[in-house]
Write a protein that binds this ligand. Structure first.
Ligand code: SF4
Length: 74
């Protein structure tokens, strides 16, 4: 049996990401610009409680590379 926890999924279109790091400023534990200047996404799933924060990170992205999806589970 699995627990029904609601998760927020983070999808980054790396073809759109230009490594500006604005997402990192909002959610540094999720997004990090590596030494090579490329974005590293540390996790693709966080608790849904953080949806607003992740949506803010997505909104801060100038190239709209970030999509935030919420799994609505019964
Ligand atoms: S804000 Fe957008 S373009 Fe900048 S690093 Fe994050 S995903 Fe990439």
């Amino acid at each position: 049996m699995t627990m029904a926890t609601t998760k927020c999924r983070i999808v980054v279109d790396m073809t759109k990401c230009s490594g500006l790091g604005l997402c990192e400023a909002v959610s540094p534990d999720v997004f990090e610009i590596g030494d090579d200047g490329n974005l590293v996404v540390h996790t693709h799933e966080v608790d849904a409680e953080r949806t607003a924060e992740l949506r803010e990170a997505a909104a801060s992205c100038p190239t709209q590379a970030i999509t935030v999806e919420v799994d609505a589970q019964p």
